[in-house]
Design a protein around this ligand. Structure first.
Ligand code: TMP
Length: 222
């Protein structure tokens, strides 16, 4: 059984990752590729409990080192429970955020630095690398406006404020954005950037083109 394919999606909050993952999963399934969709933080029962702590706006006091180790704890569980078994079974794994998010948000945003994150990744995740990372970079303003709007709407509906990150200042997000660009420049063979405020359909078309090309290279497309 050939090993599966590991694809991660990255970007600022409100960059449209979740919609694009759903559409790509449907596209892959239609073509007969068994696909598993998961997310970070979360993706397992334990990870979802960790996610609640991380996103709860009442936990404003969380230390950056607590935050980053909880992110990695959730990730270790997803790798063990979801990602490795799916790849071993030859499936395609689509993961909404992975270690690039820790590097961008905690390494850049919280200023812990890239080295700390990459060291943790080696230690906790056995240095598991995605085969491909799609980095969505619509404009900074559009992403944040969408994320904050969604957060207010969700809070009105559920009474829970899960927007601990969305309440961060623009300077924090500026550092996250810069770090994403740095990662993309450092690893151009892994990270494919899709830039600009494009219609959802057009972004989907670009993603499909990239993925189809990679699958052909991996000998998985007829
Ligand atoms: P999302 O699931 O809506 O993308 O939200 C998850 C939030 O957690 C988002 O604001 C980014 C943040 N995050 C980190 O700060 N570090 C990480 O390692 C991950 C996976 C997410």
């Amino acid at each position: 059984m050939p090993r599966g394919h590991f694809i991660t999606f990255e970007g600022l909050d409100g960059s449209g990752k979740t919609t694009q993952i759903r559409r790509l999963a449907a596209w892959l399934e239609r073509r007969g590729h068994a696909t598993v969709v998961t997310r970070q933080p979360g993706g397992t029962a334990t990870g979802d409990r960790i996610r609640e702590i991380l996103l709860d706006a009442r936990n404003a006091h969380l230390a950056p080192t607590t935050e980053v180790t909880l992110m990695f704890a959730a990730r270790a569980q997803t790798i063990e429970e979801v990602i490795h078994p799916a790849l071993d079974a030859g499936k395609i794994v689509l993961c909404d955020r992975f270690t690039d998010s820790s590097e961008a948000y905690q390494g850049g945003g919280r200023e812990l630095g890239s080295e700390t994150i990459l060291d943790l990744h080696r230690l906790v995740c056995g240095n598991l690398q995605p085969d491909l990372t799609i980095l969505l970079l619509p404009s900074f303003e559009a992403s944040l406006a969408r994320a904050r709007r969604r957060n207010s709407r969700d809070e009105a509906q559920t009474g829970k404020n899960e927007g601990r990150f969305e309440t961060e200042q623009d300077a924090f997000y500026g550092r996250v954005w810069e770090k994403y660009r740095e990662i993309a420049e450092r690893e151009p063979e892994r990270v494919e950037r899709i830039e600009g405020d494009l219609p959802i359909d057009e972004v989907h078309e670009q993603i499909v083109e990239i993925v189809a090309e990679r699958l052909v290279l991996a000998g998985r497309e007829s």
